[in-house]
Design a protein. Structure first.
Length: 299
């Protein structure tokens, strides 16, 4: 009953919890939900329109787009969770060491962190992934190399705040070991904030991984992954591209576009309007009329 009352009184939390559970459920039960094998190609069914058999159509190899999107949840979610876990552990450990020991340890770790922050994160991640080679493991390593600094700086500031408390000084006076102090007094008082930060970063990390895959530095064919499948969708138009991006068919002139890494959806007349269209020759609007009137007044 307490749990139900908590969920009822925190509606926003409940809604996002249900969305998170939905994504996890799709990833877990993808083999049951997906109507086809995401790797099975049928060249005679290439670029099929959505119908009762293929709800979101097929790609250029005749693979069911909906099945690839559902299976892609597995790769995207698993890689994002792994990435967050890596930067959480690495950043927290380095931040705790810098904050508690201070001196040369603090100076070295923080100067390295400042050096990493001075570069644009995604650009540096692309450079690292390009040197390591395109696959999801290397994409996780590349983003981890540029994202741990946030957790290190946060952990360091929390440790410096906790380090000045009287119970820490009392533990030091009584001869408690450093590992005991860190395990019993420091980490329990900072881990909550670190976990909240990690949870909020999960969506951002998923987008960054999708961005690397979109640019060809992440998942490789034929692995179903959201970013890689979205990139493949940019080579076709209309409902097939949108189905790759959003897992739903729609009309070419009224669809949203996947903007990761600055790539625009083909078929757009203007980048700032999803429903923009190229006007036929001779057609004008009010702005054209006003410009002509202004030119006439000037002349």
């Amino acid at each position: 009953m307490k749990t139900l009352r908590f969920l009822a009184s925190h509606r926003q939390f409940t809604v996002f919890l249900l969305l998170a559970l939905l994504i996890v459920g799709v990833a877990v039960f993808a083999p049951v939900i997906a109507p086809f094998d995401p790797l099975e190609a049928h060249m005679d069914q290439s670029l099929q329109q959505p119908d009762s058999t293929y709800l979101c159509g097929t790609d250029k190899l005749g693979r069911d787009v909906l099945s690839r999107v559902l299976y892609g949840t597995r790769a995207s979610l698993t890689s994002a969770l792994t990435l967050v876990a890596v930067i959480f552990v690495l950043g927290t450990a380095l931040g705790v060491a810098a904050g508690y020991f201070g001196g040369a340890v603090d100076a070295v770790i923080m100067r390295i962190a400042d050096m990493m922050i001075s570069f644009p994160g995604l650009v540096l991640a692309i450079a690292i992934a390009g040197m390591l080679g395109p696959n999801l493991v290397n994409a996780v390593i590349a983003i981890s190399a540029v994202s741990w600094t946030k957790y290190a700086r946060l952990a360091r500031s929390l440790v410096l705040k906790i380090k000045g408390r009287l119970y820490i000084q009392a533990a030091i006076v009584t001869g408690a070991k450093t590992t005991t102090i860190l395990r019993r007094y420091v980490l329990p008082n900072m881990v909550t904030i670190m976990i909240v930060t990690a949870v909020t970063d999960l969506g951002v990390m998923m987008l960054e991984l999708a961005g690397l895959s979109f640019l060809g530095f992440g998942a490789t064919a034929p692995t179903p992954e959201w970013g890689a499948d979205a990139e493949r969708g940019t080579h076709v138009s209309g409902h097939r591209a949108v189905a790759d991006d959003l897992a739903r068919p729609c009309d070419r002139d009224h669809c949203g576009n996947f903007q990761s890494a600055g790539r625009q959806h083909p078929g757009y007349a203007r980048p700032d309007a999803g429903s923009a269209r190229i006007r036929p020759k001779g057609e004008c609007d009010e702005r054209d009329v006003k410009k002509r009137e202004q030119k006439g007044n000037i002349s």
